[in-house]
Design a protein around this ligand. Structure first.
Ligand code: 5RP
Length: 227
């Protein structure tokens, strides 16, 4: 059984090596992105980097980045040089499902402004068709969420409201997440358009045509992929 944590770290270190002094860097969210933030902190502490600006995609990544010595600034309209983030599924064209970590909206808002979006993952995230293994997280407004879920079900989506405990999961933006099961054969771009036109839906975990490169770690090494 390969050590997935070691693989995730290897991919993260490769991506963090792309960061150079003065860059404005989008900092992803999740267990793989965490290794990239830690590696950037290490490079700053060891003097390999003198200074970078991080734009965090979640409260958790913001806190970690500050803890490891990265200067963090809020997202503003300027482009980012690079963003580094994990993914839940990666198809052969580097289209993604993201958001199992709950940060999809801030991730998309940040990463759409990045000149390069570098995805880091272990090999278990590779799929031939999005939705093969992971649900599609859909961020929905709290107000009227049961009505929004009915609208989603009317589109033929299975799945359920994310609820790890007594209360629904709350995003950093104060919204809920519906983890949608995608019917086989679904065209992601078509479903994305439909969902973005559905009342109550704020955004989806489809990141289509956004990633420019991926480092995917397997037991026999780290593979670099491009779309
Ligand atoms: C968070 C995300 C994460 O990037 C995604 O869930 C992958 O996380 P991990 O690296 O922990 O598997 O989209 O919203």
């Amino acid at each position: 059984m390969p050590d997935l944590e070691a693989l995730k770290r290897q991919a993260a270190v490769r991506a963090a090596a792309l960061v150079t002094d003065g860059m404005r860097v989008g900092l992803g969210t999740g267990s793989t992105a965490k290794y990239a933030i830690e590696e950037l902190g290490r490079r700053l502490a060891d003097g390999e980097l003198k200074g970078i600006v991080g734009v965090a995609t979640s409260e958790a990544s913001d806190a970690l980045a500050r803890q490891v010595g990265i200067q963090v600034e809020p997202l503003d309209p300027r482009p980012l040089d690079l963003a580094i983030d994990g993914a839940d599924e990666i198809d052969p064209g580097l289209n993604l499902i993201k958001g199992l970590g709950g940060a999809l909206l801030r991730e998309k808002l940040t990463e759409v402004q990045a000149r390069q979006l570098v995805i880091i993952a272990d090999h278990t995230k590779l799929v031939t068709q999005l939705g093969e293994k992971a649900p599609l997280p859909v961020e929905i407004a709290r107000f009227g969420f049961l009505s929004t879920i009915e609208r989603l079900r009317a589109l033929g989506l299975g799945g359920r409201l994310r609820q790890p405990g007594a209360q629904p999961y709350l995003t950093d933006n104060g919204n809920y997440i519906f983890d949608a099961a995608i019917p086989a054969g679904t065209q992601p771009a078509t479903l994305e358009r439909t969902l973005k036109g559905t009342l109550g839906v704020i955004d989806t975990g489809f990141f289509l045509g956004m990633a420019t490169r991926a480092f995917v770690a397997a037991p026999d090494g780290v593979q670099e992929l491009s779309p």
